[in-house]
Design a protein around this ligand. Structure first.
Ligand code: DP6
Length: 320
């Protein structure tokens, strides 16, 4: 029994940072994201009674580091008594470098595993299962703008806007392709335990979500820009003030932020957001994309530029 799924990574505009239940991987805060179009991860899962243990190939190479989390994801979707699986994952962008690769990888794995096991689930169920593997992956079950609500004993997801109704563009400035030193899962726990700013981060999140939701509903780019940058910089302040401190930026990250500031002063509709890595994602209106690409590619230290529109939800593409 075999199935293949494709998922696009998503970028949070209002960030998830911190867990309220580590065992069930429940986030401490809600979050709002956009799903991308040109970046993707394709995962195929083959359940095979003859296999002695799970095998994971990432971009063609056997990967032991991620195997435990992938096996746990399969246990959750297919059941612990399942046949072992051969899992092959292929991404068209650098992985584990702050480009949200875990969101697309776990979303695609969840959809492919449910497909291979012939398990019928609705999108909300798939999102909850993807979210228990990696919080951000839940959002890639939705295209366009998605919100993850931290509701009661579980998470609930909803679509805030479809792909076409507000076609924002995303310009990603890659400043470093090496894997990050501390993964998000571990880093957010360090923040929860040690950052003096963690409590106020959690307290203020609902307000940031309200402002962003209203900005998306009203297609108010300036309001979305202000709240998304504020929320991103607050998350990084929490990280910086943790012990040990976690600083994911390099000097090119800072220069890209200055480039975005300069563009804003010139009247360009653009804002930045940065996750647990040194890459800068500049979100802009379509008519400003050319200027944003030019300015960021001329920024010293930028190694590569990737551009994307908003993309679709994770989906099954083959089953046999
Ligand atoms: C900074 O979803 O990777 O990208 O649930 O532990 O797998 P786990 O964490 P993960 O964290 C993403 C953190 C972030 C912000 C975001 O995407 O909301």
């Amino acid at each position: 029994m075999q199935a293949t799924a494709i998922a696009q990574p998503n970028i949070a505009l209002i960030k998830y940072w911190g867990k309220r239940d580590v065992l069930r991987n429940l986030p401490a805060v809600g979050s709002i994201s956009i799903t991308l179009s040109t970046l993707y991860t394709e995962v195929s899962v083959e359940l095979d009674d003859g296999l002695p243990s799970d095998i994971l190939l990432v971009n063609g190479d056997e990967n032991e580091a991620m195997l435990g989390r992938i096996s746990a994801c399969l246990d959750n979707v297919v059941g612990e008594q399942r046949p072992r699986a051969h899992v092959a994952s292929q991404s068209n962008f650098p992985i584990a470098a702050g480009l949200a690769s875990s969101s697309s990888a776990f979303a695609a794995t969840t959809v492919a595993a449910a497909g291979a096991a012939r398990r019928l689930c609705d999108t909300g169920d798939l999102a909850r299962m993807a979210g228990s593997a990696s919080g951000s992956a839940a959002r890639s079950l939705y295209g366009g703008f998605a919100e993850l609500k931290n509701a009661g004993d579980t998470i609930n997801l909803s679509s805030l806007r479809d792909v076409d109704s507000w076609p924002l563009r995303v310009v990603v400035a890659i400043t470093e392709t090496a894997c990050k030193a501390v993964g998000s899962t571990e880093a957010m726990e360090i923040s929860r335990r040690t950052s003096p700013f963690y409590g106020s981060w959690i307290e203020q999140q609902d307000n940031d979500l309200d402002v962003a939701r209203a900005a998306i509903a009203g297609k108010d780019f300036a309001q979305l820009a202000t709240i998304a940058e504020h929320n991103c910089l607050k998350m990084h302040s929490v990280m910086w003030a943790s012990r040990p401190p976690m600083v994911y930026w390099n000097s090119a990250t800072m220069r890209c932020m200055q480039t975005v500031r300069q563009l804003q002063e010139e009247g360009c509709n653009v804002f930045f957001t940065i996750d647990a890595g040194p890459q800068v994602k500049a979100i802009c209106l379509p008519e400003d994309e050319k200027n944003v690409v030019r300015a960021l590619s001329e920024t010293p230290g930028v190694q590569e530029i990737m551009t994307s529109g908003l993309g679709p939800a994770a989906r099954l593409v083959a089953r046999s």
